[in-house]
Design a binder for this molecule. Structure first.
Ligand SMILES: Cc1cc2nc3c(=O)[nH]c(=O)nc-3n(C[C@H](O)[C@H](O)[C@H](O)COP(=O)(O)OP(=O)(O)OC[C@H]3O[C@@H](n4cnc5c(N)ncnc54)[C@H](O)[C@@H]3O)c2cc1C
Ligand code: FES
Length: 257
């Protein structure tokens, strides 16, 4: 169940160039949040714009979001300070199916797709699973949340340019980790998700992906976030889903890549 909550900013931290972490006092949303879900935050004076941001952590009465400044909305959000209030709608969407990921899931985040995988790792560990995290970044300056992941599970980091940790892509690590994996969950750019889905399919490992689309309402009432999905039972043709309501997490086999 989603709700609208006026949340006090408890902490605002700059994590790197254009990268921010905001901790919100959001007791109701935090209590209801499941991994892979997102919140829709009203950004801007007069609360005209809402922006979808993934839940990075939900613990006790606090909700943490981590985001990159892209435009007007996220710039406004990054300028909030401790004690300011935000109008937040959430938790929204359909998150990761933890049971389907099994006892040894491999959790993959690419760039600003890394934050929701932290809550997913925490949830997996809490249910007795042994998650492994694979985090991919453009370069050293883009690396976020590494220590937070290491506190929860075994963590592998890659950078595209080799400026930090392992030189290469998350798929290089995934190939080595798939042998005993019971499930794969991923969030990041579409080409990365496509490559991950193909590897998982080849290995016969179930895979869930978190997709991104621009959003309007965030609750399934407009068509802004429509995405193409395969028809059920292998039938030819496509159907349309709402990323905000039917996703953002989908079974990789459902997605029209
Ligand atoms: C379910 C979901 C979860 C998300 N979680 C996070 C997160 O945890 N951290 C994070 O940093 N970002 C996340 N995003 C992306 C974030 O919503 C956009 O970056 C943000 O809405 C941009 O708003 P803006 O007003 O700052 O920029 P705008 O001025 O609206 O746009 C600036 C640029 O960003 C691009 N953009 C805007 N919205 C999106 C979008 N939804 N997807 C891709 N590109 C977009 C635009 O095309 C434009 O080039 C998520 C998006 C979705 C759909
Ligand atoms: S954003 Fe309106 S239906 Fe998804």
């Amino acid at each position: 169940m989603s709700m609208q909550e006026i949340c006090r900013v408890a902490q605002q931290t700059r994590l790197g160039e254009g990268l921010y972490e905001t901790v919100l006092e959001a007791p109701q949303i935090a209590a209801a949040a499941q991994c892979g879900q997102f919140v829709h935050i009203a950004c801007g004076e007069g609360n005209l714009l809402r922006r979808p941001i993934s839940i990075c952590r939900a613990a006790a009465d606090k909700l943490t979001v981590v985001y990159q400044v892209k435009g007007e909305g996220t710039r406004w959000l990054s300028a909030r300070r401790e004690g300011d209030t935000l109008d937040v709608l959430g938790p929204l969407g359909h998150g990761f199916d933890m049971a389907a990921l099994g006892a040894k899931p491999v959790l993959i985040g690419g760039g600003i797709g890394v934050p929701p995988m932290l809550q997913t790792a925490v949830c997996a560990a809490q249910t007795g699973a042994q998650p492994r995290a694979v985090l991919g970044f453009r370069n050293q300056g883009a690396v976020i949340l590494e220590e937070a992941f290491r506190a929860v599970c075994e963590t592998f980091v890659t950078t595209n340019d080799g400026s930090y940790a392992r030189h290469g892509f998350v798929t290089d690590v995934l190939k080595e980790q798939l042998a005993d994996a019971t499930g794969v969950a991923a969030c990041g750019p579409k080409p990365m998700l496509r490559a991950i889905a193909a590897l998982a399919r080849e290995a016969g490992v179930p895979c869930q992906v978190s997709m991104e689309e621009r959003m309007g309402c965030g609750i399934g009432a407009c068509l802004v976030c429509a995405c193409e999905l395969k028809l059920k039972d292998g039938q030819q043709g496509v159907r349309y889903g709402h990323v905000c309501k039917d996703g953002p997490v989908f079974d990789a086999e459902e997605v029209v890549w």
